[in-house]
Design a protein around this ligand. Structure first.
Ligand code: FES
Ligand SMILES: [Fe+2]
Length: 449
């Protein structure tokens, strides 16, 4: 459990909060490239860490992200005309380039002092953007020159080896959503099939099955970039299966799902809305067509997304959601799966974490009410690491080293099967390293036949 104060510190991410300030030090994955299919297309609203802004692709194909309010008299740049390498306010025509520099100011007469003064002094707040492998990242932090761009494997593979990101909006605080990714024991329950030979349900993946009837044993290693852990399940013949997953500051995970690598980012729009951006890649070659999401959506099998409004908190909201029990099928629940909610990406997980609420019914769970045990060891460590990092930045100005040292990004999740008395950390050293020259380890597939 956490004190109320630490819970607030862990979960609140708006401007001026310790956790929000920590997150702002990092490049943040923001929207898929497909949201801006052509240069000079219409601008879109976006929100991260409680701040609203407007994004556009300029005439050179480069992304811009600027504050919503025009510095002249506050009209929304959402309606701005995106044209000739900039965005022009519809109200009186002030125009800015993607870096926020004012490039036209037609409300003052040419050659006037007022015009020169405004041109010399006015800017619109702009965030740096970087686009790679079908994803647009932004930097919202305090430095004039952003820190180095992350070298996660997903950012360094050839584009054809990387899927379009699968994005799902969660109407809940980022932390409770992310904790679900670092909680291996729920595989034995939420995602399981009812019997070893249960077939796949009509919609979604066949359930998980563990040959070990006992709860997994967790072993956590804290690191300078976050932490990683093994969930250990007995495999017979004196062998143990180690499923090794990563937590990386400030809100990323990597989970072992086979030969495909991933980066999963729990990106807060505000304290009650989180995008899970699940971005996958294939180090062995082009991404298989059925996993690349080039022409299809990741949630098509459960009805896709609902129609969005111009509020970013309505983006990527799936048709299967809390208003319709996430398409729970009670017949599937009776005959095949522990949960009748379709096992499609993180839909089942979302059903568990989206409804965790405080006393007033808001989806920001009060962790002073919990009863944590041995299988919660990883989330205990993740919370401690995040709280320590946010407090250290607040109190001493010191950042976690992975803001500037991007060699920390070269980690992987792993699945290794080894002798039960072997040292799993030593044995998996290469498997946890993206530059090992080896393909991702997949000794035990997640869905065991
Ligand atoms: S409010 Fe934007 S140009 Fe006047
Ligand atoms: Fe899960």
């Amino acid at each position: 459990m956490l004190t109320h104060e630490d819970n607030e510190l862990l979960c609140r991410v708006g401007p001026g909060t310790p956790m929000g300030e920590l997150m702002r030090q990092y490049w943040i994955p923001c929207l898929p490239s497909s949201e801006f299919p052509e240069p000079d297309g219409p601008a879109k609203r976006m929100m991260l860490l409680g701040e609203s802004f407007v994004m556009f692709r300029d005439s050179e194909g480069k992304m811009g992200a600027v504050a919503e309010a025009c510095p002249h008299r506050g009209a929304s740049m959402y309606f701005g005309r995106v044209e000739e390498c900039g965005i022009r306010c519809q109200y009186h025509g002030w125009k800015f380039d993607r870096e926020g520099t004012i490039v036209d100011l037609p409300t003052e007469r040419n050659g006037s002092k007022a015009k020169q003064h405004f041109m010399d002094t006015v800017r619109i707040r702009a965030y740096a953007c970087h686009e790679v492998n079908h994803m647009i990242w932004v930097y919202m932090g305090p430095r004039p020159t952003p820190p180095p761009f992350p070298t996660f494997e997903i950012n360094t593979l050839p584009p054809e080896n990387v899927a379009c990101p699968a994005v799902m909006m969660e109407q809940a605080n980022y932390m409770q959503n992310m904790e679900g990714d670092l909680d291996s024991v729920h595989l034995n329950w939420l995602h399981r099939r009812l019997a070893a030979d249960s077939s796949a349900p009509p919609i979604g993946t066949r359930g998980f099955w563990s040959p070990d009837p006992d709860a997994p044993e967790l072993d956590v290693e804290r690191t300078e970039y976050g932490c990683y852990y093994s969930s250990q399940r007995a495999w017979g013949d004196n062998r143990t299966w180690h499923r090794i997953n990563q937590f990386i500051f400030p809100f990323h995970t990597m989970i072992s799902v086979g030969g495909i690598i991933n980066l999963r980012s729990f990106v807060p729009l505000d304290d009650h809305h989180t995008m899970l951006i699940s971005h996958s890649g294939n180090p062995a070659g082009p991404m298989p067509a059925d996993m690349a999401f080039r022409d299809s959506g990741p949630f098509d099998v459960v009805g896709g997304y609902i129609e969005r409004t111009n509020d970013p908190r309505s983006y990527f909201m799936t048709v299967a959601n809390k208003t319709n029990d996430y398409w729970r099928d009670l017949e599937v629940e009776r005959t095949l799966m522990h949960s009748g909610i379709p096992f499609v990406l993180n839909l089942q997980d979302r059903a568990m974490t989206e409804l965790m609420c405080d006393d007033e019914g808001r989806p920001l769970y009060d962790r002073s009410q919990e009863h944590l045990g041995s299988t919660d060891a990883m989330i205990i460590a993740v919370r401690a690491q995040l709280l320590n990092a946010a407090k250290r930045l607040r109190d001493t100005g010191v950042l976690p080293p992975n803001v500037d040292d991007i060699s920390f990004d070269r980690v992987r999740a792993a699945s290794v099967l080894i002798d039960s008395d072997a040292d799993w950390k030593a044995h998996s050293k290469q498997a946890r390293f993206a530059d090992s020259g080896e393909l991702p380890s997949d000794d035990v597939p997640l869905i065991i036949d």
